[in-house]
Design a protein around this ligand. Structure first.
Ligand code: BES
Ligand code: MN
Ligand code: ZN
Length: 483
């Protein structure tokens, strides 16, 4: 179980008070200010201007009153989450908290969205990865939170969705934060099995023998140097009634990427526990799907193994046969993500889905191009690309559309196989990887997200804490929601 505040600490209080939503001089109500003996001038003197996420603590005997800035621009759900995260950080040492945040932002966002965003922000900001600490750090004290909402708000639905999303992101963060030695492909698959048991999703796990029988030569080839078995995970949400369509998510699940015989340097290797971030996003998103119960078929496929050097490992120059029959000359064993995804995408294509989205920590080159905040987005279909862009915008996850230039395709031509796994040139590594994947999706509408950058963050900011971000979970949920 991820360590974060649980929904049981949150209590919704219905309020008939109109004053909060209509007061011009937000965020502190004039009547409250008087109670406190605080004037607007006092706030200004204390440099509290009500800017977004600004806070000012005003003590009153046993109580602490906190002024929380909401800025003067219309708030988005993402702003509300960030504001709630600020609220968490400035109050987590207290016994209990009563906040009108959901009520104050309801006029702009709508009641349910305001409540859901507030709760998500509180839960996510409290996330900690401490399962490997020998001596646990002290728990934050705050475990009673009252949130004021307008009378008649459907708080149950809002809380249920908030909990589903926050738990999905926490799960994804836990999986990414877990070191390679603590998360084998088998353990990653077991996590997906627990998700399925708790949510009622269908699940199928392919072990090594099954992967061999199913001709998944990419996954088998990457796994060849490992002492651990590979796993392919397939999770399915099937609607009760008729299905309006099929969406297939595919995740790269390299539990640790040493590079294989093309061994990485220590600098390159030390963070490679994150190389299953795509699979973590898919498993996380699938865990939240049941809470939204879409009338769509949603499938999540994760291709899981570590990538190790060994006398049995795939050697540079070896040729692998992918599930769809194409042969690949492996000229660099460190370009392994595309090999396992080739099998995953071949499988996805077989159900003729309306959309395939793959997520992968695929290339360092994408980080060079776009940095740590932006995922690279590539695809073969304008409408599919637009859908994923819209979902990402709603999710407040940054993606940037990169091209898949036909002119570069010939860099992947192999002398002895159908295709080689690295380009012949030095440049455009993210695009060449995208072009490689494109060979395995046929005519299906497909979008590729290279999440090597945003899978982690170096900063504590808004509802994000240093380490894994859970990037992708929200975008996948929004794709399903807005279909
Ligand atoms: N998992 C890495 C990509 C990566 C690098 C993710 C840094 C996150 C941070 C991937 O398997 C890899 O090694 N890619 C190579 C490809 C190259 C050999 C064509 C890379 O980016 O150097
Ligand atoms: Mn690699
Ligand atoms: Zn990798």
């Amino acid at each position: 179980m991820p360590n974060q505040l649980t929904i049981s600490s949150i209590n919704v209080v219905f309020s008939e008070d109109e004053d909060v939503t209509t007061a011009k001089d937000r965020p502190v109500r004039p009547s409250e200010l008087e109670d406190l003996g605080v004037s607007k001038e006092f706030l200004i003197a204390n440099e509290f201007e009500g800017k977004l996420q600004q806070t000012l603590l005003l003590s009153r005997q046993e109580e602490v009153v906190i002024a929380l800035g909401l800025g003067d621009q219309p708030l988005t759900a993402a702003d509300a989450r960030a504001t709630a995260a600020t609220l968490w950080h400035s109050t987590k040492h207290l016994d209990s908290l009563t906040s009108s945040l959901p009520l104050s932002i309801a006029a702009e966002l709508g009641n349910e969205t305001a409540l859901q965003a507030t709760v998500e922000g509180l839960l996510l900001a409290s996330y900690r990865f401490d399962e490997l600490k020998g001596t646990p750090e002290a728990e934050p004290k705050l475990d009673r939170i009252n949130l004021l909402v307008a009378d008649g708000v459907d708080s149950e639905t809002a809380l249920r969705k908030a909990e589903a999303v926050a738990s999905a992101i926490a799960l994804s963060r836990d999986l990414v934060n877990r070191p390679g030695g603590s998360l084998s492909a088998l353990q990653l698959a077991d996590e997906a099995v627990s998700v399925a048991e708790n949510t009622g999703l269908e699940i199928e796990i392919w072990d090594k023998q099954r992967l061999l029988n199913e001709r998944c030569g990419g996954i088998i080839g990457v796994n060849a140097g490992s002492l651990e078995e590979p796993r392919l995970v397939r999770m399915t949400w099937r609607p009760k009634g008729e299905s309006r369509g099929t969406i297939h998510f595919v995740g790269k699940g390299i539990t640790f990427d040493t590079g294989g015989l093309n061994l990485k340097t220590f600098e390159g290797m030390k963070e490679m526990k994150i190389d299953m971030g795509g699979a973590a996003a898919v498993i996380g998103a699938m865990s939240a799907i049941a809470a939204y119960a879409p009338d769509l078929t949603v499938i999540g496929t994760c291709c899981c193994t570590d990538n190790q050097p060994s006398p049995t490992a795939t050697k540079p120059g070896d040729v692998l046969k992918i599930r769809n029959g194409k042969t690949v000359e492996v000229l660099n064993t460190d370009a392994e993500g595309r090999l396992v995804l080739a099998d995953g995408l071949s499988i996805a294509v077989e159900d003729q889905p309306d959309l395939i989205v793959d997520l992968a920590t695929l290339t360092g080159a994408c980080m060079v191009a776009l940095g740590q905040r932006y995922a690279g987005l590539m695809g073969n279909n304008e409408a599919a690309i637009a859908k994923v862009q819209t979902a990402a915008a709603l999710a407040n996850e940054r993606v940037w559309h990169l091209p898949l230039p036909n002119e570069y395709r010939k860099q992947l031509d192999s002398e002895i196989a159908d295709i080689q796994n690295i380009g012949s040139g030095r440049f455009a590594g993210a695009l060449v990887a995208g072009l490689f994947l494109q060979e395995f999706v046929g005519e299906s509408p497909w979008v590729h997200l290279d999440i090597a950058g945003p899978v982690t963050t170096d900063e504590n900011e808004a509802e994000f804490v240093k380490g894994a971000t859970g990037f992708g979970v929200r975008t996948l949920i929004e794709i399903v929601n807005n279909w």
